[in-house]
Design a protein around this ligand. Structure first.
Ligand SMILES: Cc1cc2nc3c(=O)[nH]c(=O)nc-3n(C[C@H](O)[C@H](O)[C@H](O)COP(=O)(O)OP(=O)(O)OC[C@H]3O[C@@H](n4cnc5c(N)ncnc54)[C@H](O)[C@@H]3O)c2cc1C
Length: 389
């Protein structure tokens, strides 16, 4: 029997994780990544529940834990910067057992390094055309020579080009908010701390691991679907400025830092919901198949678990159907959770903020705050564990 050749488009989280399992099964794996190198920009992401078990089975849990952000505290502030409440990060984020919070690039690097030997990584290229036939998929690249693969996997994120090529335009489900995130000097001098500030229809957050290193600032705001060019960064920065100008606390300084930031990220809080994740010999994975929206905090976990499940089934007669059958209920739970979180992430009006502020103030003194938080976060833990591996 000849070795099956698999092309994975995207070296984020899902792509290298799938490469890990396929290489183990003896596939010849190529990963093509549009960026010229592993993408360094990013934010912190969570690995929870079933996904931590996947990292353990990969033998990478310890490496991920060693790179944990070690965030200690979440502080809510008023417009004059005075704290409303400061609570332990693990408590508020509902961290359990082996859950990991890690910078996206650290995780991506760990997965890449674990697969660099034996997997062909091609950076700075992208698929332009897929011709799916009975004997394989003929793939045309932007730069490289055309090649034939037995299977192609689209692990190319929320705006997946693979998805567009095989399933046509599928509109994203906009959840009513936008989020931007970028690096700034650590203006607050914080260490292993996240600071949050709420305004009607707006959320500002800033976190840093080290007082001497850059912080990440996030600016999220409620808005109906906006028309903007995804390549026009200056226009996106203008949208964020319009939403946050004059909003108090340190937002003016953050906006000034945003203008200088070269790792500015901006996107809609959106989900991908598809009736099917494959067509012929092409299959989608991770955010490309089922982005649950950043507010869910579950995208990374879905990507890792999806890679594990697809890695077991790819190449079997009914492999894509089995992958989808096992993943669907877990994905649906997390999409539902993501929709709920997107509503809660950015507060509505002043009343909603007053309610939240009251909750945070009193929680600090609540004798059973662990149980209160556990109850609030029960749907997250349920979603994170809604698959038997
Ligand atoms: C602001 C923000 C905060 C988030 N916070 C969290 C969180 O707290 N917890 C959590 O679990 N998740 C979080 N996420 C989501 C998480 O980052 C994603 O769900 C996760 O990274 C999905 O992995 P992926 O590999 O499917 O996609 P991605 O990580 O997006 O990787 C896709 C890769 O494909 C590449 N690519 C794109 N197009 C092409 C192409 N045409 N050809 C080749 N390569 C291509 C990209 O450069 C990228 O490297 C957050 C996301 C955002 C945006």
């Amino acid at each position: 029997m000849t070795t099956s050749r698999v092309l994975i488009s995207g070296a984020g989280v899902a792509g290298p994780a799938l490469a890990f399992w396929l290489r183990k099964r003896g596939f010849e794996v190529t990963v093509v990544e549009r960026a010229p190198a592993l993408r360094e920009a990013g934010y912190k992401v969570d690995v929870r529940g079933a996904a931590t078990e996947v990292l353990r089975r990969m033998g990478l849990l310890e490496a991920a834990q060693a790179a944990d952000t070690g965030m200690r505290r979440i502080t809510y502030v008023k417009s004059d910067g005075r704290p409303i409440a400061a609570l332990p990060a693990d408590l508020l984020m509902g961290r359990r057992g082996d859950d990991v919070e890690i910078m996206r690039w650290d995780l991506s690097r760990i997965l890449h390094d674990a697969t660099a030997d034996g997997v062909e990584y091609v950076f700075g290229d992208a698929v332009t055309k897929l011709a799916d036939g009975p004997d394989g998929v003929d793939v045309t690249f932007e730069r490289g020579a055309p090649r034939r693969f037995d299977y192609v996997v689209g692990a190319d994120g929320l705006h997946s080009a693979t998805r567009r090529m095989v399933l046509g335009e599928s509109p994203l489900s906009h959840l009513g908010a936008y989020i931007s995130i970028f690096s700034t000097p650590n203006l607050l001098g914080i260490e292993r701390e996240e600071v949050m500030y709420f305004r009607p229809g707006r959320l500002v957050f800033a976190y840093a691991m080290d007082p001497h290193q850059d912080a990440r600032v996030g600016l999220a705001f409620a808005a109906p679907s906006l028309d903007f060019d995804r390549r026009d960064v200056a226009a996106q920065k203008r949208l964020v400025r319009e939403a946050f100008e004059g909003q108090g606390w340190r937002t003016g300084e953050f906006l000034a830092a945003m203008d200088k930031a070269d790792d500015f990220y901006f996107d809609s809080m959106s989900q991908v919901e598809l009736p099917s994740w494959s067509s012929g010999r092409v299959v989608l994975l991770g955010d490309a198949a089922h982005c649950p929206a950043p507010a869910s905090g579950q995208g990374t976990s879905l990507a890792l678990v999806g890679a594990y499940v697809l890695g077991r089934h790819l190449g079997e007669a009914d492999g894509f159907a089995a992958y989808e059958r096992e993943m669907r209920p877990y994905v649906e739970k997390n999409l539902a959770f993501g929709r709920k979180m997107a509503k809660d992430m950015v507060p509505g009006g002043r009343l909603a903020i007053a309610f939240r502020t009251y909750g945070m103030r009193t929680l600090k003194y609540h004798p059973r705050k662990e149980q209160v938080i556990d109850k609030i976060l029960a749907p997250m833990h349920e979603a994170a564990n809604a698959i038997a591996l």
